[in-house]
Ligand binder design. Sequence first.
Ligand SMILES: [Zn+2]
Length: 336
Amino acid sequence: MTFTYAPGWAEPLFVLFLFVLGLCFGSFLNVVIARVPEGLSIVRPGSRCPKCGHVLSWYENIPVLSWLGLRGKCRGCGMPISPRYVLVELLTGLLFLACLKRFDWTYALVPALVLVFLLVPLTFIDLEHWILPFSLTLPGIAAGVLLAIPQGADAVGQAALGAAVGFLSFRLMEYVGWRAFKREALGGGDKFLVALLGAFLGWQSLLGILFFASLQGSIVGVTLLALTGRAGPRGAPEAEAPDEAEEPESTMTWDFTKPGLPLWKRAVLVPWCLLFQPIPDSPLDETGEEEEWVPGPTNIPFGPWLALAGLELMLLGPVIAHVLPPEVAMMLGASR
Ligand SMILES: [Zn+2]
C-alpha cells in the first residue's frame, strides 16, 4: 500500500499532535515499565506515588508539564520523582517525530510507531530488571507480522521470515554458547526481542542489528568498565518463584551427547535439543542447585543495544546506506 496523505496547511498541527500523542503514550509506558516486571495490572489502580501511595489527580498526570510544575516532587510526601518518567515521555515523543521524518504520512509510519511503543519499555525494563517480559515480546512479534498485511503478501512473508530467522539464529548462538562455556552467554529473552525486530524490520536487517548492537554495546561496556569498574547496571534480580526450581537432571536427560544412546535417538534429539533444551540461568553449584543470578561487573544487558540498533537501522537506514559502501550497507540491511 503506497498512499501518501499530505496534510497541507494543517501539517504543523498534525506534527504537534503526533508529538503530544508520543508524550501521552510515553506516560502510559512509564506505567508499563513500573508494573509489568512486578506482574501488576497496567490498567488498575490509577497512578500513585510508589513511595507514599498518594493517588495522582489528573493535573498531576500530564506528561512532562506535571513533573515540571511539581518540580519533580510528590505532592503527598515531597519525595523526588525519578527523572526517568520525563525522560521516557520525551524520548517517546521525539522518537515519534523521528518516525514521521523518516516515513512521512505513509502507512509505514504505523508499524514504526508501534515498534517504538514496544522498544521503549523493553529497553528500560531490561536495564532495571534484566528481563524482556514475554507479555511484551510475544504480542510484539505477532504485531510485526500482522501490521505487514496492508503492505501485501510479500511483506507478510518477509516479516514472518524475519521473526523465524531472528529467533532461530539467536537460539542457536545461545545454545552453542552454553555448550561451549557451560554458562548462559546470552539472555534467554534476547531471542524473542530479535524475533520481534526481525518481524518489524525484515530478515535483511538482522545482521546489521547484531553488528551495531555488539559494536556499540562493547564500546560503551568497555568504556564503563574502565571508568567505573562495572559494564552494566547493577540490576535487582527478584526472588525466585518456587515453582521455577527445575531439577537440573531434567535438562541433562535431553542431552544428545550422552554416551550410549542409539543412533536414531541421537538423530531425533539433536534438533530437539538445539531448539528446546532449557538453558539454566546460571552455572550449577557443587550441590547441583542453581545459584541466584546476580549481574557481575562485566555483565551488560544486550536488549537495550538490540533495541537501539533496530531503531538506528529503521530511522537512519538511508543515512547509513549513504555513508557506507553499497555492498556493506546492503549486508547490514541499511539499503532500504
Ligand atoms: Zn509520595
